[in-house]
Design a protein. Structure first.
Length: 323
């Protein structure tokens, strides 16, 4: 118990320092703030959700005591709660009934049904949507006030750049405002998914991961996710507040399908001789050309509609008999 408390406090301090680094204004602070949930997620996956709870409460309390209530609430909502909840879901499992395990009693870890990765991705999308809604309410309460606030802030930032005329600044600000909500939501989805994967990988490498490593390439979203995406895309053209909410939800769901598209790539390249080269090229393109996530999203949607992975695996030849 003492180890759980100490690990939780250490993880909370690390997350708090990474989150507070944005106050320095340095460019590296943006990267550190995105990785702020990582220590708490690592504590949750390696020592249990209670450790992350202790660390999150301690860090949020420290923020409230030093910087004020608003900073403490922001840390709790943006970092502590998502890290704890996703760590809890990743370790959530139930014994496989005897009728599903060949009649033997489920005692080993292999006989535990773990919470599906696809549903964890949906929870990541929900967290991204809620955080975007919270930011939206802070900035303004309607489309006009939100756009005006964003445009004002972006104009101030762009005005410090040399070589830009007032007309260029206005056009850039208008273009960025049009896509800001979607980009911000997709960034939250990507950041949370990356932090959870990194935390699980570190815990597994150190032997502390409290569950077997999942088969990520078989990740699937519930079928109703596609229906929800179609409905939200339709409401994107409604206009006003409804349109803003629908755009945020659609961006989160599309990004989740983009992550599923990566799982499809991992499956469809199983028999490729140059699989390592193809996967390296795919991830390299995503880093250097972020817009290529659109291709991954299309691939994820195609798999949901046409079952690309199931078709590929059904067509795979059986293994050769042992000599």
């Amino acid at each position: 118990m003492i180890a759980i408390i100490l690990i939780g406090l250490a993880a909370g301090c690390a997350s708090a320092l990474m989150f507070a680094s944005t106050m320095s204004g340095a460019l590296i602070s943006l990267v550190l703030s995105m990785l702020a949930p990582l220590p708490l997620m690592l504590a949750a996956l390696g020592w249990g959700p209670l450790s992350a709870t202790i660390g999150g409460i301690a860090a949020a309390s420290g923020f409230i005591a030093i910087f004020g209530m608003s900073y403490g609430i922001a840390f709790a909502i943006a970092v502590a709660l998502p890290a704890w909840w996703l760590g809890h879901l990743a370790l959530l499992g139930r014994p496989v009934p005897a009728r599903e395990s060949g009649g033997r009693a489920p005692s080993a870890q292999d006989n535990i049904e773990w919470y599906p990765i696809g549903r964890i991705l949906l929870w990541i999308a929900v967290i991204a949507i809620l955080s975007s809604f919270a930011s939206w309410l802070v900035i303004g309460k309607d489309d006009a006030s939100i756009a005006a606030a964003l445009r004002s802030g972006l104009t101030k930032v762009l005005s410090t750049r040399d070589g830009l005329t007032s007309g260029d600044i206005e056009r850039l600000a208008d273009a960025f405002v049009a896509i800001f909500r979607a980009l911000a939501t997709m960034l939250v989805v990507t950041t949370l998914a990356l932090n959870l994967w990194l935390a699980a990988k570190i815990a597994a490498t150190s032997g502390r991961l409290r569950r077997p490593w999942p088969d990520l390439k078989s990740t699937e979203l519930p079928p109703m996710t596609l229906v929800a995406l179609c409905v939200t895309l339709a409401f994107c053209f409604a206009g006003g507040t409804v349109s803003i909410a629908a755009q945020i939800m659609a961006a989160a769901l599309l990004m989740v399908y983009g992550l599923v598209g990566l799982a499809v790539v991992h499956t469809l390249t199983l028999r490729a001789n140059s699989r390592a080269f193809l996967l390296t090229g795919t991830y390299g393109a995503l880093v250097l050309l972020p817009w290529t996530i659109i291709l991954m999203t299309v691939l994820g949607l195609a798999d949901a509609i046409f079952g690309l992975r199931q078709r590929y695996l059904r067509g795979k030849p059986p293994p050769l008999p042992a000599a």
